[in-house]
Design a protein around this ligand. Structure first.
Ligand code: SAH
Ligand code: SF4
Length: 377
């Protein structure tokens, strides 16, 4: 019987150690592999120059593969944002977005995502030293939020940890990023609900931290509110910062917009947020997509104030990121005027809640929040 192929992009240090053992090789080969795959970001076994040719040949013989995801297409926005279509061998594809100056979603306070760190004055940095990569966790999404274009795809399949990490390494390579010199943020805010693919998502996080070299403070994961996984994330020794997509100020409205609110309502979200252990100086983000005349009235803003206050001790660590809805065909909402957005923001700020308006990035190429649906042109 033919042995099945083993893909090494996505394997942990331990899994590589086991594999190397099966090949009858010494354990240091696993360290070399781990370093080459994640830190050097090689895209094929041929680049594995620390391995003798004979060993590389033996690996190929054993059907060990390294298939980095391929950049299929690139769409460049007038604002510099790039939307990548990343293709996998099975014909599926997802989008990954490069935002040269972020959109405020990484931090929400106008600073870098690593707000635990001091700004640096390193003059070697390129002009995108605050760039943010928005990564997908699933192909499509099953949550079916009424304002989101990814929902129209439905869920095609989960991504593996290797496919999540591979999106990031492909884009870092495309920009020849040196992570020792450049400060890049990652947001898990592309296609998919990361907490509906939790194991692969958290494994990818570990590989990004231990292998690729991202500090955990430079990563943020956004969830539509899969409450049990919020508790799980709180227990992880290595984890991104948490953002919760609130998007409505009461249960009736939220259930209409985000169907899983029937299962996990606003009170259960608040409870999970209260229990979520924050690191030193870490903030908890609530995202709120503003839909014109739907959830953006002054009354809605006042209800959001009440929700934040219900966080008790955690209220002081909370902030709200406001996102004016990014439009898309087939979706029956409209984008509120700037004055409505500012009026909403002012009510939060006057109540002492930090509230920031996210800059739309790449709307012209369907790269902005909620616009990822594999548009081909
Ligand atoms: N599935 C996760 C993460 C991806 S969506 C989640 O829903 O949280 C990232 C953010 O974009 C979420 O806060 C989501 O509410 C928001 N969003 C979705 N569709 C949008 C749209 N059309 N315009 C603006 N923001 C949108
Ligand atoms: Fe899925 Fe997030 Fe879009 Fe909702 S907003 S459908 S959870 S990707």
């Amino acid at each position: 019987m033919e042995t099945s192929a083993t893909e090494i992009l996505g394997l942990s240090n331990q899994e590589l150690t086991d594999l190397v053992g099966q090949l009858g090789q010494p354990a240091y080969r696993a360290q070399q592999l781990f370093h080459a795959i994640y830190r050097q970001r090689i895209s094929s076994l041929d680049e594995l120059t620390t391995f003798p040719k004979s060993l590389r040949a033996a690996m190929t013989e054993q059907r060990i593969t390294l298939s980095a995801p391929k950049i299929d297409k690139k769409f460049v926005s007038v604002d510099g944002t790039i939307r990548y279509l990343i293709a996998f061998p099975d014909g599926q594809s997802v989008e990954t977005v490069w935002m040269p100056e972020g959109d405020g979603g990484e931090a929400g306070d106008g600073t870098d995502a690593g707000d635990e760190e001091e700004p640096t004055s390193d003059s070697n940095k390129k002009n995108y030293d605050r760039a943010t990569i928005c990564v997908s966790s699933q192909v499509g999404c099953a949550v079916n939020c009424k304002f989101c274009m990814t929902a129209l795809l439905g869920l095609k399949r989960n991504l593996t940890a290797g496919e999540i990490v591979g999106q990031i390494t492909a884009i870092l390579n495309d920009h020849s990023v040196d992570l020792d010199k450049e400060r890049i943020n990652i947001v898990f805010m592309g296609q998919g609900e990361p907490f509906n693919n939790y194991d692969a998502f958290i494994k990818a996080v570990r590989l990004l931290v231990e292998g690729v070299g991202f500090p955990q403070s430079r990563m943020t994961v956004s969830t539509s509110g899969v409450v049990p996984r919020i508790y799980d994330l709180g227990q992880e020794p290595v984890r991104p910062k948490l953002a919760i997509s609130l998007n409505a100020s009461n249960d009736e409205e939220r259930t209409k917009l985000i169907p899983i609110n029937k299962k996990w309502d606003i009170a259960s979200l608040v409870e999970a947020a209260r229990a979520f252990p924050l690191r030193n100086r870490e903030r908890l983000t609530f995202e709120y997509v503003l839909l014109d005349n739907e959830n953006d009235s002054p009354d809605n803003a006042r209800q959001v104030v009440q929700i934040i206050r219900a966080l008790g001790d955690k209220a002081d660590s909370a902030k709200v990121n406001l996102i004016a809805w990014n439009s898309g065909p087939e979706i029956p909402f409209s984008t509120p005027s700037d004055s409505r957005v500012h009026a909403f923001q002012k009510i939060l700020i006057d109540a002492g809640i930090p509230a920031f308006i996210r800059r739309p990035r790449g709307r012209d190429i369907y790269a902005a929040c909620g616009q990822l649906k594999r548009t081909q042109s």
